[in-house]
Design a protein around this ligand. Sequence first.
Ligand code: NAD
Length: 490
Amino acid sequence: MAVTAVATKKLFINGTWTDGAGDQRLQVLNPATEEVIAEVPQATPADVEAAVSAARRAFDEGPWPSMSPAERGKILAAFADELSRRRAELVELNITEAGSTRMLAEFLQVGTPIDHFHDLVHRVLPQFPFEQPTPPIYGNGIGQGIVVREPYGVAALITAFNFPFLLNLAKVGPALAAGCTVVLKCSPYTPLEALVLGEIAETVGLPPGVLNIVTGDVDAGETLTRHPGVDIVSFTGSDTVGRKVYAQGAESIKKVVLELGGKSANILLDDTDLDRAMESVLGGFITHAGQGCALQTRILVHESLHDELVARVTGTLGFITVGDPSDPATMMGPLIREVQRQRVESLINAALDEGAQLAYGGKRPAHLERGFFIEPTLFTGVDNKMRIAQEEVFGPVAVVIPFRDDDEAVRIANDSRYGLAGGVWSKDPLRAAAVARRLRTGMVVINGGGGGLNPAAPFGGYKHSGIGREFGEFGLSEYLQHKALQWPVG
Ligand code: NAD
């Protein structure tokens, strides 16, 4: 299948499209058909060097960082409009390269990040306190002053494959709004949605070097995060790679923002209305075939509801249509690559070896010969110490773990190296909130609230799920330095 949405499948460096210094290409696959849909250059360290130099020049000598937020806002408003204009193409691209179902692509993958970009430009940026007076201070040195927030510098943005467009925009938007210049290195699996941003940068007249896009993998990412010309790194990906990125950035004392994995718990207290909770329980592990960092793949259920919950979930999974993600009737698409499917299968086997009971799924769907599909899978009889309860599977696999009381639910939920998200269900919202406050995670959904991503709510994790926040004013703040200017009073 030809992909037409992006015309220029090259590197975007200093405002021009280039084949790069090397002759290696990355093949982009449609994960539902295994067909090669495009090829892009595999960026070499020399290409990354060129991209960082361009971003450095644009920051040190160009107009972008010293423009007023309102001036930058005008260009970014045009950028936002262009994103909206190209929304339908982006949806098709997302289905084709990320394997997203049509509904997911329309909303969470493409629609939501475009809405967030508009929100950033039209709500957050105009009211953000870039310059804030400090009150007079009395003491040894009498002074008063202002706090000025300045762009952090050259930003290296590295993203994962699962929500490629959302992740790219969640970094590129606030970095540009802050006045940083950018080198974006997208996932090698999903470069096409990133390259569209280069086309839009050209269309709206972003100054050359302000946004650079390199398509590549480990070499490019490593060169970028070690490069002394980069001031801040924002990384989304696994905690395994995040740890390396943190160390690579430490060599030149970069600021490093990390948005990493999760193993979140959905807690169903004893008074949960199961009719209401079912959508969240199922969505918590089959959404995008389980390839979501904030999915709630550990289902913690009060022991009195355990059997009924398991019966309801296994009874419903048979109606989940798995297959061609471009078909609007499909409810679950493929995993991104064969290597990911094999990892999911190895964790399913580990769960069986450790004594977990397979309540549903666990195999490749018999009716699909091509594509990296796997059945939705549910385990019961799981101890929270098992690998299947501790490791991020990144496939459509959930575990059900019963608990006796609220304290035990909190203890099991927090018994994880991750701390990204979570859910709590109860007919008593105050009781649910009390449990939510005890969870060591960055985000908790109470009774299914906030079923999309709220642009004003911070997104990010505790513990091994990361450092820093994205979205809204929280995301914008990450790309700013705080400088103090002080005068004598009078
Ligand atoms: P990954 O860690 O394998 O790769 C992420 C990116 O890092 C890719 O662009 C890759 O090319 C690059 N990379 C690899 N080695 C590198 C190195 N040494 N230095 C610099 N860059 C390097 O992750 P993935 O498989 O693409 O994505 C899945 C992971 O992302 C899951 O763990 C998921 O939970 C996480 N994720 C987190 C969030 C969040 O906001 N917290 C959102 C989406 C995905």
